[in-house]
Ligand binder design. Structure first.
Ligand SMILES: [Zn+2]
Length: 55
């Protein structure tokens, strides 16, 4: 019973660092949703919690 959305295999980077607002984001480590900000050197994850389908 799988409900994988099409095209969900590739994670796009967030547009801006949520901490300093910089756009210099690069993948961090092995996690596909982990990113590192080149400006403030913070690493963080972006997690999908909804797909836009309202209930
Ligand atoms: Zn930053």
């Amino acid at each position: 019973m799988s409900e994988d959305a099409p095209g969900s295999g590739r994670q796009l980077p967030p547009f801006h660092c949520p901490y300093c607002g910089d756009e210099d984001l690069t993948p961090h480590g092995d996690s596909p949703d982990a990113w590192r900000c080149g400006a403030c050197l913070r690493a963080f994850t972006v997690r999908l919690i909804a797909t836009g389908v309202t209930q």
